[in-house]
Write a protein that binds this ligand. Sequence first.
Ligand code: ADP
Ligand code: CP
Length: 305
Amino acid sequence: MSRILIALGGNALGNSWKEQKEALKEASRSISDLIEKGHEVIISHGNGPQVGMIHDAMSKEEMPLTECTAMSQGYIGYHLQNTLKNELLKRGIEREVLSVVTQVVVDEKDEAFKNPQKPIGRFMTYDEAKAQEDAIGYPFVEDSGRGYRRVVPSPKPVDIVEKESVKVLLSAGHIVISVGGGGIPVKKTQSGYEGLEGVIDKDLSSGKLAELSDCDFMFMLTGVDRVAINFGKKNQENLSSMHVEEALRYAEEGQFPPGSMLPKVLTGVAFAQSGKDRKAIIGSLERANDALVGKSGTIIYSSEK
Ligand SMILES: Nc1ncnc2c1ncn2[C@@H]1O[C@H](COP(=O)(O)OP(=O)(O)O)[C@@H](O)[C@H]1O
Ligand SMILES: NC(=O)OP(=O)(O)O
């Protein structure tokens, strides 16, 4: 039996509440397979498309991104609690599934605040993105051949405020959802914690949570079956495994874009190096079970495969 953190990609959640619920029914089947096999599971999720949608919808209120991330934790967390609980009940498994609204401490001097790099919201054409930049001042980037998206600051996670509660819930046997959307970015002040504008990368926060909760495996489930080098080019090569040194070399060569695959690979490297026999796997949700037995996904390892 292993303890596994599963990080669900924001883009694997669809573009509307209906699509999200259907996608999470599918995710809940894969996650339940792991639970049925006796593994302990912790879940985190992205919120890039969703936090952009919420921010746009709340624009009249000028709702800060921090509050929008909190809303996305409730919105996605509810669907996940509901679909996973129902799938477990169908299989005769009685377990509590609950979301922890999670704050993540960041450094207010993080360079990311001056250099927005995290794509959020919907994919746009160049002309749409440029018009939005001219009208509202939102900078944008091209995102992995899929279109153009708004970018926001994405500070690195330093600590998880609710980490002790997460550990208590896990040791009581509950299935916990935490650091949704990377967690709500906060800074520590003399009088407590205060929200900061940005969206933390959920893979980086998930890596922290996986280390703190002593996981054996960390799954980053996204839109591709495997990490590739020369991604999107004629000579694309999908990788079934990467030693940490190989992964860092590819990262140096610029094989992984900063707003998408780079944080996953760097998180995988840090997790694999953080303890003996810890392994990170990047792969697709549909093939999560295959990935656990090495038939899919890209395993990142530091000692033995
Ligand atoms: N080298 C690469 N190998 C595989 N996928 C890549 C690579 N570079 C960019 N990508 C793209 O990055 C995406 C994963 O990043 P992203 O969509 O931000 O993740 P998430 O699913 O967590 O939201 C993949 O679906 C793929 O389109
Ligand atoms: N917060 C975050 O990293 O979301 P995505 O995984 O959707 O980009």
